[in-house]
Design a protein around this ligand. Structure first.
Ligand code: FE2
Length: 248
């Protein structure tokens, strides 16, 4: 065994983590044809069956709602949810499916916020994402406005915003303001490359992660999810008992 093999094997578990320890997934794109996630009912069913086999017992799927790109409405999402629930029943898969949304905090988001018709889950948890390219100029005031209305803001995949990689203070500020962090579990396996993996590990080490999500879009994500189950950092995170997925 080379020194490199030794290094990587030292970071691997001998047995995969049982995802039943997470129980509920709260970030995925499993409604066909309405965002960049699954494109057909069959593809969605295939992924859902595999997630069920891995130990997940409930999936809260969260289609994108983004300005002019993904103009999804609660009606579109709930119709898709109905269709997928029927398909799951027909296939005899023993898993619960619910839906909310993943909102991009952009200028168009204000209209949705003012309509008071945001899709949340559990006790008013709201999943939001940010641009990957540039920091939001008024992020803190946006978050404050949401919290005043009683929303519990969950920031999706904080480990993927590269403009903060050399500014860890931003993460601390968000946590100080009561923002929950949802890690994409596949980041721990290097799915998005090494820098997001490093940031994911740093956030785990700092005890900042509250939720784990698969962000399931397609079979590539599924492969990432299957592989990440032997990452020691996943086991480390779950052993802290801080992950709230099962308490939604
Ligand atoms: Fe997502």
């Amino acid at each position: 065994m080379s020194i490199f093999d030794k290094y990587f094997s030292s970071k691997k578990l001998s047995q995969p983590v049982n995802m039943a320890a997470i129980g509920i997934d709260m970030h995925s794109h499993l409604i066909p044809g309405i965002d960049d996630g699954v494109t057909s009912v069959n593809q969605s069913i295939s992924l859902i069956r595999k997630m069920c086999d891995m130990g997940y017992r409930k999936l809260i799927t969260t289609p994108h709602i983004q300005g002019e790109v993904y103009k999804n409405t609660p009606e579109i999402i709930l119709n898709g949810l109905d269709e997928m629930r029927q398909a799951i029943k027909k296939e005899g898969i023993n898993i619960q499916l619910e839906a909310a949304a993943e909102y991009l905090l952009d200028d168009k988001f204000i209209e949705k916020f003012e309509s008071k018709n945001l899709m949340t889950f559990g006790d008013k948890y709201l999943l939001v994402e940010l641009s990957y390219f540039s920091p939001h100029p008024n992020l803190f005031s946006f978050i404050f406005d949401l919290q005043i209305e009683g929303y519990k803001v969950i920031l999706a995949h904080p480990e993927r915003y590269s403009y903060w990689f050399n500014n860890f203070k931003k993460y601390e500020e968000l946590k100080d303001r009561g923002v929950f962090f949802q890690l994409n579990v596949i980041s721990l396996g290097g799915y998005y490359d090494i820098p997001p993996k490093k940031m994911a590990e740093k956030l785990v080490d700092a005890g900042m992660i509250d939720f784990l999500g698969t962000d399931m879009h397609n079979e590539n994500y599924m492969t990432g999810l299957q592989n990440v189950r032997t990452e020691k950092y996943l086991d480390k995170l779950l052993s802290t008992g801080k992950i709230m997925n099962d308490r939604i």
